[in-house]
Design a protein around this ligand. Structure first.
Ligand SMILES: Cc1cc2nc3c(=O)[nH]c(=O)nc-3n(C[C@H](O)[C@H](O)[C@H](O)COP(=O)(O)O)c2cc1C
Length: 396
């Protein structure tokens, strides 16, 4: 008898068997030497947990909120394009799976289904991921997202230069399906330029996205604003100054640019720099429920997953996405119980052993934060985030 996948890696292995090679490689690939993609995983593995026993954890609260929206556990779906790489129903299947797990899906600008079709199929909350390709297109997308009931705009900031992946070049990868959000524009484009011309927003470098564009964007919409791809304290402080509501710390799954740190390594720096003024989320490399606990113990509000949604989708459509999420939920519950935790609201840095090599960080708290508190290293998370009293004799 064939067993259901037991963990996310089982889903990955099965997806590999059912997907055409070029689609499979498109999903899995990272930029250049794929060092960041690998580091996104190894960094989670370097962080170890400090289990706590002899506590009653039979009742566990794992539901949480993101920008005031309820989700049943702190795992969301990252925005990714062209879900028809994995399933003919594309994003409309993914959103059903996310809804079955009562969690939030972020929908890509470059989805195959339109944002309105996804909203129609959704039973859970949605945020719209925005790629800024032109002022007109951005205004059109943002207004439509607001009208379709999306709760926030997630502006992707870490793609300032076109960066085709080497595996995709070798495979002559061609994106399947249409650009659901640009049917009107594509029609006009085809009429003017011939049916086989590439759509302008995909192939040409977009206009720059700077802090000035952010102010303009805010003037277009009352929706909350999340910046996706932000990685360092300096930018995080700018985000706070510009009234951003959330930061999704992300390396884009290592797909855009190589030779940076992993996402999870940057979370402490971003949490420290934003001092609780914005919510911090993280994606890239989350594959286990224990990774979720690690991210939250470092100060994140929630995590999200990218590649695993395609794996679930490829293996079993909406049900596969749902089951993939339920595996993470069960693993997260297990990690909570083994760490003696009964509420997602009280996870602290002291649940972790943090590698010494992860510091020092460039935050204004550099000196005061480098106090020892974990048995295997020093860590810089300010005490206001982890609830540890200042060490004797050291002014904070
Ligand atoms: C196939 C694929 C397509 C993606 N497309 C987008 C996109 O359209 N917009 C975006 O902001 N991020 C995109 N991402 C990045 C994801 O939002 C997310 O940051 C990344 O997948 C997280 O890493 P993980 O795959 O290790 O979970 C894409 C990722 C993958 C794997």
């Amino acid at each position: 008898m064939r067993m259901d996948p037991v963990n996310l890696y089982d889903y990955e292995a099965r997806a590999r068997k059912v997907l055409p090679h070029n689609y499979w490689e498109f999903i899995e690939a990272g930029a250049m030497d794929e060092m960041v993609t690998a580091r996104n995983r190894s960094a989670f593995e370097e962080l170890t947990l400090r289990p706590r026993f002899m506590r009653d954890t039979t009742e566990r609260k794992i539901a949480t909120t993101v920008l005031g929206t309820d989700i049943s556990f702190p795992v969301m779906i990252s925005p990714t394009d062209a879900h028809s790489n994995a399933h003919p129903d594309a994003e409309c299947a993914t959103v059903r799976g996310a809804g079955m797990s009562n969690t939030l899906m972020m929908c890509s600008t470059n989805s195959n289904c339109s944002m309105e079709e996804i909203a129609e199929a959704a039973t859970g909350p949605l945020w719209f991921q925005l790629s800024h390709r032109s002022y007109d297109l951005t205004e059109n997308l943002v207004k439509r997202a607001e009208a379709a009931g999306y709760g926030a705009i997630v502006l992707t900031i870490d793609a300032p230069f076109p960066s085709p992946k080497e595996r995709d070049i070798r495979n002559r990868y061609e994106r399947p399906g249409e650009y659901g959000n640009f049917r009107e524009q594509q029609k006009r484009w085809s009429e003017t330029n011939g049916a086989h011309e590439p759509p302008v927003w995909e192939m040409q470098p977009g206009p720059p996205i700077t802090w000035r564009e952010l102010e303009w964007l805010r003037s277009l919409t009352g929706l909350r604003l999340v910046l996706k791809g932000l990685r360092v304290a300096e930018d995080a402080r700018m985000a706070v100054e510009h009234g951003v509501n959330g930061i999704l710390v992300s390396t884009h799954g290592g797909r855009r640019f190589d030779s940076t740190m992993s996402s999870i390594e940057m979370v402490p720096e971003i949490v420290a720099a934003t001092s609780g003024k914005v919510e911090v989320y993280v994606d890239s490399g989350v594959r286990r429920g224990s990774d979720v606990l690690k991210a939250l113990a470092l100060g994140a509000t929630a995590v999200s997953v990218g590649r695993p949604l395609y794996w679930g989708l490829a293996v079993n459509g909406a049900e596969g996405v749902h089951h993939m999420l339920e595996i993470l939920r069960e693993e997260f519950n297990r990690a909570m119980a083994y760490c003696g935790q009964s509420s997602v609201d009280h996870l602290e840095g002291r649940l972790l052993n943090i590698p010494r090599e992860w510091g020092p960080f460039r935050t204004e708290n550099d000196i005061a934060d480098h106090l020892p508190f974990a048995p295997y290293g020093r860590h810089h998370i300010p005490r206001r985030h982890i609830g540890i009293p200042p060490a004797a004799g050291i002014a904070k």
